[in-house]
Design a protein around this ligand. Structure first.
Ligand code: MN3
Length: 267
């Protein structure tokens, strides 16, 4: 009996010691996780800087992101952000600067250029669009998930679409059904109505070649480069998660500017 009791006591002591040992191990694990995350953040900050180091000085500013590459995780991942901003967007920007160099568009605002884009080369159309559209897209997103539109815009959305959910459904359908590469938009049309529309390639509703004209206040990039690394072919999942990231504060500001016919572009 005594032997059995001793074995039980020894086992209990061993379990107790083991539990004591595990505690600091867990803490260590947490600590190292925190350090890794902090290192990742630093790497992200540095890679953000390194992506803009070779941006040329120009009256047309490239603009910085209003958040870090990993801030939109888990909905938009670090790698997609780094490539999308640092390669795709920057690529359009640099090609836009080249295209404008030998054109009489030099010195005009980007909005003026887009409004008269049919007068210019395809290079200016594609890359001017890519430059403007991505700027608007980055400034349609925020890591502060779960925002709602302000009262003025919310009422206008209800008047135009019946309800916020009906608006979302219309927007989702425009984004999902845009064939191939393109964009989905919420715009204030030239007639003064809130309208959902989509455009192919890097076109946008500011352009005189667009089927509907107006000032975009919310943009969604549905090119595969915007989502393929994380979502593969599941464009609808990417669209659904987009709503968790919408910066309604900025969309509200753009709506107010649009109804006052103020130009919207400040990268
Ligand atoms: Mn893009």
């Amino acid at each position: 009996m005594r032997i059995v009791a001793n074995i039980i006591i020894a086992s209990l002591v061993a379990i107790g010691l083991n539990a004591c040992n595990q505690q600091p191990e867990n803490n260590k694990e947490k600590e190292s996780e925190a350090i890794t995350y902090e290192k990742d953040k630093q790497a992200s900050d540095q890679s953000m800087k390194s992506t803009t180091e070779d941006v040329p000085d120009s009256e047309y500013s490239f603009g910085t992101l209003p958040y870090q590459f990993d801030d939109l995780e888990p909905y938009i991942d670090h790698k997609t952000m780094r490539l999308h901003y640092g390669k795709h967007h920057k690529g359009y920007y640099k090609k836009f600067l080249n295209a404008i160099e030998n054109s009489d568009a030099q010195g005009r605002s980007i909005i003026e250029i887009l409004k008269n884009v049919s007068q210019y080369s395809n290079g200016l159309r594609n890359n001017g669009g890519g430059y403007y559209n991505h700027w608007l897209f980055w400034h349609s997103l925020t890591p502060e998930s779960g925002q709602k539109p302000g009262e003025l815009l919310s009422t206008a959305i209800d008047d135009a679409f019946g309800s916020f959910d009906a608006f979302k459904e219309t927007f989702n359908s425009a984004a999902a059904s845009q064939f191939g590469s393109g964009w989905a938009w919420l715009i204030l049309s030239d007639e003064g109505n809130l309208v959902v529309t989509s455009t192919p390639n890097q076109d946008n509703p500011v352009m005189d070649v667009s089927k509907i004209n107006g000032m975009p206040i919310l943009a969604l990039d549905v090119w595969e480069h915007a989502y393929y690394l994380k979502y593969n072919n599941k464009r609808t999942s990417y669209i659904e998660n987009f709503w968790k990231l919408v910066d309604w504060g900025k969309v509200d500001q753009r709506y107010k500017k649009a109804i006052n016919q103020q130009e919207i572009f400040t990268p």
